[in-house]
Design a protein. Structure first.
Ligand SMILES: NC(=O)c1ccc[n+]([C@@H]2O[C@H](COP(=O)([O-])OP(=O)(O)OC[C@H]3O[C@@H](n4cnc5c(N)ncnc54)[C@H](O)[C@@H]3O)[C@@H](O)[C@H]2O)c1
Length: 258
């Protein structure tokens, strides 16, 4: 049991397709006590049975609200060994339009919800970590390259990945590791908001070196490595779980050969 006796909070459960849910389930299977957090009251109906099925307390937390973040950490209690940040948001208009037309408010929203919130959660977590710990977030290739349809989420994920490095450098001396998993496209609620997502999914699966897409369970396995002692010497890392898609150069715009 890789997480026996560890306590961790997992943020970003919307439904049973959520990457957060796959990670929470895997952590519980490996002996962790997990608190599950959802962002929007409309999601409670779906999140509650999931939480109950793994014996996890369910905590509402809109990461735009400091009081709700504090309340979630208070409710879960200390100590904390790990936190998973599996959430992001951008206004639909800022994903469907041209990137150059991104509004000031839309840019701020995407960066605040998708990147700053990781820093806000890290601050609360570290104050409750007795003996080191592991912080993990979820990113995407659009942080590194301009991916059609990803719009303002690209710069938001770039800020998130830079935050991973800054947090890792700062918190390492306390034994706190900070990493990201950069996942290939997976059909989830958040993904449904990305224009051309189906095409993204199809293209990634056809050209990725492994010639297939990835699943939330495969992302959860990589997360388990980073959350547990298996990853004890790894920090500041962005681990790609994308069938190798990110190593491609010119082929990323083309098609595979079967
Ligand atoms: N699905 C993919 O293809 C894919 C690929 C790479 C990375 N990711 C990343 O994985 C993470 C999880 O997304 P997912 O695909 O599981 O989709 P999802 O829709 O299941 O999860 C996204 C979560 O973000 C939450 N959220 C949005 N705004 C919030 C707020 N203000 N406060 C609290 N929570 C808020 C939503 O409630 C939802 O639970 C995101 O960071 C996403 O960018 C997804």
């Amino acid at each position: 049991m890789l997480l026996q006796g560890r306590r961790g909070l997992v943020f970003g459960v919307a439904n049973d397709k959520s990457i957060a849910w796959a990670i929470a389930r895997r952590a519980v299977e490996q002996g962790a006590h997990v608190g599950l957090s959802y962002g929007d009251e409309r999601l409670e109906r779906r999140a509650r049975p999931l939480a109950e099925s793994i014996g996890a307390p369910l905590l509402r937390c809109d990461v735009n609200d400091d009081a709700q973040i504090d309340a979630a950490f208070e409710a879960f209690g200390a100590p904390i060994d790990f936190v998973v940040h599996s959430l992001a948001y951008a206004e639909r208009d800022d994903l469907t339009g041209r990137f150059v037309d991104t509004s000031r408010a839309g840019f701020r929203t995407a960066l605040e919800v998708s990147a700053f919130s990781f820093v806000a959660l890290a601050r609360r977590a570290v104050a409750r970590m007795n003996d080191g710990g592991s912080l993990l977030t979820l990113s995407y290739y659009g942080a590194e390259k301009a991916v059609p349809g990803y719009g303002v989420m690209g710069p938001a994920k770039a800020a998130l990945e830079a935050s991973v490095r800054y947090l890792a450098a700062e918190l390492g001396p306390q034994g706190v590791r900070v990493n990201a998993v950069s996942a290939g496209p997976i059909k989830t609620l958040a993904a449904a908001g990305i224009p051309g997502f189906r095409e993204m999914l199809r293209q990634a699966a056809s050209v990725a070196p492994l010639r297939r897409g990835v699943t939330a369970e495969e992302v959860a396995d990589a997360a388990l490595f980073l959350l547990s002692d298996l990853g004890r010497a790894v920090t500041g890392e962005v681990l790609h779980v994308d069938g190798g898609y990110h190593v491609l150069g010119g082929a990323a715009g083309g098609e595979g050969e079967g």
